[in-house]
Write a protein that binds this ligand. Sequence first.
Ligand code: NAD
Ligand code: GLY
Length: 362
Amino acid sequence: MNAGAPIEVPVNLPGQTCRVLVGPGLLARTGQLAREGGLHGRCAVITDENVGPLHAAGVLQSLEAAGFPAVLLPVPAGERSKCLAVAEDLCDRLIEAGLDRGSFVVALGGGVIGDLAGFVAAIYQRGIPLVQIPTTIVAQVDSSIGGKTGVNARAGKNLIGAFHQPRLVLADTDTLGTLPDREYREGFAEVIKHGAIRDAALLDELDPATPRENLAPLIARNMTIKAAIVAADEYEQSGQRALLNFGHTIAHAIENVAGYGRFLHGEAVSLGLAAALEISLRKYGLATAEADRLRAKLSAFGLPLTLPDDLTTDALLAAAGRDKKFSTGRIRYVVCPRLGAAFVAEDVSEDDLRAAIDSLRA
Ligand code: NAD
Ligand code: GLY
């Protein structure tokens, strides 16, 4: 454990305070930072059965030491826990634990826990404060920022949810030390996505050999990209925030058709990015060398570029059609004519999507 000073990432949302810190040693400071953030009362630490045994003790100790009565609420690990039944069960457990409108929720885990616990905080007694403690790369660079919370429906990913900004985000880089290799690598799909939509120079700095303990600046840079996009379009109305969905239409379809949990989110995003590159290449002028550069980065992190045969193109197209991004009847699809500069296109056809999915066959 290294006790360097954390990096503070500015988040500018009108009328809301969201403090974001990145660096080592933050778990042990949870209670003090929650107190500085004006939180009070009881709290519940929602985590999963992998992360809890590794990281919950330090968080609970810190909260108790700062005078917050805290209860630990674990759920099974993995995407299948991101559902209404688990959210409802967690609400019952919050009632049993005596949490009221003066209490708060701490989400300790990856993006599944952040989205699930965030949703519970959004709906419990019409909304109580939330602290995000992201413990995966996906959660640190992406899901802990921006206030999108929610659960999956049978018909599709994230179809039930709420915007609920966290008061405090503590991205403790020490937690990345216990992340298994596959779960570590998947997170770089969202990092590569940020490079593709906003910051092409970031792509050159990505190296799978970078020691995990040196990642705080990279994580802060990604959080800054995301926070700026969210600040410009918090409720995804102007189209700017929609850029963050680059690669996600097909990714969500893959997760849904394959069955939640078979692909890690970042693995599905890697395939979704490859499909979006294909459409950008065929129809929007992306240079082959640029598409190859992005695909090479995904490969360097061991991320998939080839679809398994059992996921048929028809099933993926049907699932993509149920995705909320198609709900207006028009296909709004993020394309990238040049790395670092994506936009939302309105003229991507089903045939374009079909050809892009077919291009992912071995
Ligand atoms: P995850 O939360 O399932 O974590 C992956 C695995 O790693 C799990 O088994 C978990 O138990 C384990 N784990 C987590 N931290 C660990 C640690 N430090 N040490 C050891 N094991 C650890 O998956 P994820 O990839 O972090 O998140 C994916 C989810 O995030 C998806 O549901 C996706 O839709 C969502 N997401 C949301 C947003 C948003 O803006 N809200 C953005 C991106 C992704
Ligand atoms: N992950 C997409 C968003 O936060 O808008």
